[in-house]
Design a protein around this ligand. Structure first.
Ligand code: BGC
Length: 752
């Protein structure tokens, strides 16, 4: 998506302004129209669609067929006439309603009038922004995750868009990789549930999804974007595939390949994955789109000799649509004419694209009405829902002496850091989604919530250059000295977020750390709000500040949510979806690791570990504090032994023991103690977010079918084995309550 800006001509770059004018004219309480809820049609309706495709295919010329497989973006090369000529079936990065209408009109005037599919990376919002997907995952609340995707879709749909390049469901264990912000974190159970919730949310909001990137992109070696990926078969199936299977089960219409190469084969040319597994074994009926220019990049991977060769490899691997490389446009027809590419494969690809368009209802839709954008963007409801997600996304990592919420004795607060106040380019997760609702400033929100008894002053502390350059430290320190409490907002800004933003250092950038040190040196209690798009290393200051709030770019209402948490209007309930390392050198660090032959027991040299750093993370996966106190006890199983075809069930008791009403995420982990291959030390298998009033208590139950607890070998066979399984319950991945269950019966082995 970075390439979007590169390609926007000056005339089109003004488009967001036009929409900004539209937005400002939005009547506040207008009632948005309900978008279509997309879903694959079934039965006779699906059969009729196949007949309709047969009829259409019979009328299409070779050029028109190839045209359906070309995806072009708004930018310097693209011409609207191409739609009229049938040279393109899909476009991307149009965000201005009038332009979208134009796109449709041009396509309608083509010989066959096939409607275009109109795409955008609507990752976490369009006009109303939501927390980044990693922040949505931190809610551990699938309803809210679904809601964020719903609104992202609904607003984009109101602007005329009907397809999104989301959700990104790559598994991410390496915080150095900038794109962790687009995913659901390190845990496959959580990520799988979220993949389904996001597809459902987008479909409910009227956008077809593209589950991406198939597959393994998140394993980029060294956390370097686009780098090689090495994944053994067992890990591919146990760890990377489940979110894609969930997205398919939720009905995703399209799947995107990856820019990366796995085990030496570029994903865009991987026939085994795309045709044999995705389309064959999984029976995927939609179409597969390449990533941005990834067909052309086969040349860079060194696996295609020239343009025609790249097209042949990608197309025969099963990639139906070419995003932006222009190579299908240039060479596919010739390859079909010469018989290098079978005509049947061309028809298959075109059928898939037409099928998606028909199941989306595009052929039967009324022309897009740009007035919808005026009515449906940034409504009171979308903003209220954005705030609801942001509230639950915030993770309280430290709260020494109950520094938060702000005590009545605090009469003045100093808010430091440009991230707390600037309103220009706060989101930066999706450039194409401009314009946005401007977020409120943190000092204003604190003033509003805390009232006249508390004085709130502000100082940027850093120069505005994306908060990366030292600024008026003395001014910030003076502001801090005059206050009872200091709130400083630090982290990532501008072009430090998302694709192409790998980091070798996960500590605070030096000017930010220097500012923080100066603030700590005032002796005032300091609350740090980390506004990052990935886990940072907080080790250098964790023990020296009063409180830390982790916020993964929270979106339009983020500063309001932060102020509410600081003021005590909202009790934090977010949990970390990724392990926070103590040092960058520990990365990749994740909780569900395998045991080693030399675990850390006696703490001597010949055990696994580091000379210069602990083995433990700073904060474990699943961790997050609350203003409430909770006690968890009484883990018990319904039965000490369960047959291999049965279900392990039981419960634990959660009690509220202090503070305000609050929410706690009760987490259940499983370890197979002895198996035919090493099994993770523990794996999350179930969680529930529970709300408790002061003094209340509740049993929290779990039920785990034994068949779901198996694993794959390197031939892709799935094994479920009898023996002892340990169940852990807790409120983070260090869960200590434990119970053992014996699974009885014969092992089950399923061959793919
Ligand atoms: C990214 C995709 C994105 C595409 C279009 C690529 O660079 O890898 O995830 O959908 O651009 O913006």
């Amino acid at each position: 998506m970075n390439s979007f800006l590169r390609r926007v001509p000056a005339t089109l770059a003004l488009a967001p302004l036009a929409l900004a004018v539209l937005l400002s004219a939005t009547p506040a309480a207008a009632q948005p129209a309900q978008p279509p809820h997309l879903a694959w049609k079934t039965g006779e309706e699906a059969q009729r669609i196949e007949q309709r495709i047969d009829e259409l295919l019979a009328r299409m010329t070779l050029a028109e067929k190839v045209g359906q497989l070309n995806l072009w973006g708004r930018g310097d090369e693209f011409r609207m006439e191409w739609l009229r000529e049938g040279r393109t079936g899909a476009v991307m990065n149009f965000t201005e309603p009038a332009h979208i209408r134009e796109v449709q009109q041009h396509a309608a005037r083509s010989r066959l009038g096939i409607p275009p599919i109109i795409a955008l990376d609507a990752i976490n919002g369009f006009a109303t922004y939501f927390p980044q997907p990693i922040g949505q995952a931190a809610t551990f609340n699938l309803r809210l995750v679904e809601l964020a995707s719903y609104w992202s879709a609904r607003e984009a749909r109101a602007a005329g868009i009907n397809w999104t390049f989301a959700p990104m469901i790559d598994m991410t264990r390496d915080a150095r990789w900038g794109r962790v912000m687009e995913g659901a974190g390190e845990d496959v159970h959580l990520a799988t549930l979220i993949a389904a919730a996001r597809v459902t949310g987008y479909h409910r909001g009227g956008l077809a999804t593209s589950a991406k990137h198939f597959i393994g992109y998140g394993e980029a070696e060294g956390g370097r974007d686009y780098n090689s990926v090495w994944i053994p078969v067992s890990k591919l199936w146990d760890y990377h595939m489940p979110p894609f299977q969930a997205a398919l089960a939720a009905g995703t219409f399209t799947v995107m390949t990856s820019l990366s190469a796995m085990n030496g084969v570029a994903s865009t040319a991987d026939r085994g994955l795309v045709t044999e597994i995705l389309k064959g074994r999984f029976g995927f009926r939609g179409f597969v789109v390449s990533d941005f220019e990834s067909v052309r990049e086969l040349l860079n991977h060194g696996t295609a000799a020239d343009g025609p060769d790249a097209v042949r490899r990608a197309f025969m691997a099963g990639v139906d649509m070419d995003m932006m490389s222009g190579l299908y446009d240039a060479h596919l027809a010739d390859l079909v004419r010469s018989g290098t590419v079978p005509a049947a494969r061309l028809d298959d690809a075109v059928r898939r694209v037409l099928r998606v368009k028909m199941h989306m209802g595009l052929f039967d839709e009324a022309p897009y009405d740009p007035a919808l954008a005026r009515r449906d963007l940034a409504t009171p409801q979308s903003r209220a829902d954005s705030l609801a997600v942001a509230r639950e996304s915030i993770v309280l990592l430290r709260n020494e002496g109950d520094a938060l919420p702000v005590k009545p004795s605090v009469r003045s607060i100093a808010v430091i850091g440009g991230l707390a106040t600037h309103q220009e380019d706060w989101q930066y997760s999706d450039n194409a989604g401009l314009p946005r609702v401007r977020p409120d400033r943190l000092p204003d929100e604190l003033r509003r919530l805390l009232g006249a008894n508390v004085t709130v002053s502000a100082a940027p502390g850093l120069a505005t250059h994306c908060n990366l350059a030292a600024g008026d430290t003395a001014g910030a320190v003076a502001t801090a000295r005059s206050a009872d409490l200091v709130v400083v907002m630090l982290g990532e800004d501008c072009e430090q977020i998302g694709e192409g933003t790998s980091r070798a250092h996960l500590d605070l950038p030096q000017p930010q750390q220097a500012l923080l040190d100066a603030l700590i040196a005032t002796g005032k209690p300091v609350v740090v709000v980390m506004h990052t798009s990935r886990p940072f290393v907080l080790t250098r200051f964790v023990g020296r500040v009063a409180a830390i709030l982790q916020a993964f770019h929270l979106g339009t209402e983020g500063r309001t949510a932060i102020a509410e948490v600081i003021a005590g209007r909202v009790n934090p309930s977010g949990k970390l979806p990724m392990t926070f390392p103590r040092a960058t050198g520990q990365v990749p660090i994740y909780y569900d690791r395998l045991p080693t032959g030399r675990p850390r027991v006696k703490h001597f040299r010949y055990e696994t570990g580091y000379l210069d750093e602990s083995l433990e993370p700073l904060f474990p996966f699943g961790f997050g504090l609350s203003y409430s106190r909770f006690a968890l006890d009484g883990l018990r199983l319904d039965a000490p032994a369960v047959p291999i075809g049965g279900t392990i069930a039981g419960e634990v008791r959660l009690a509220h023991t202090g503070g305000p009403a609050g929410q706690e995420v009760v987490q259940f982990y499983v370890r197979q103690k002895v198996a035919s291959r090493s099994r993770p030390l523990r794996q999350l298998r179930h969680f529930e977010k529970v709300t408790l009033e002061p003094g209340a208590a509740r049993a929290v139950r779990f039920a785990l079918p034994v068949r779901s607890l198996g694993f794959h070998d390197d031939q892709g066979r799935y094994h479920v084995e009898p023996g002892e399984y340990e169940i852990y319950a807790g409120t983070d991945s260090n869960a200590t309550l434990a119970a053992t269950v014996t699974v009885t019966g014969e092992a089950i082995v399923t061959t793919p």
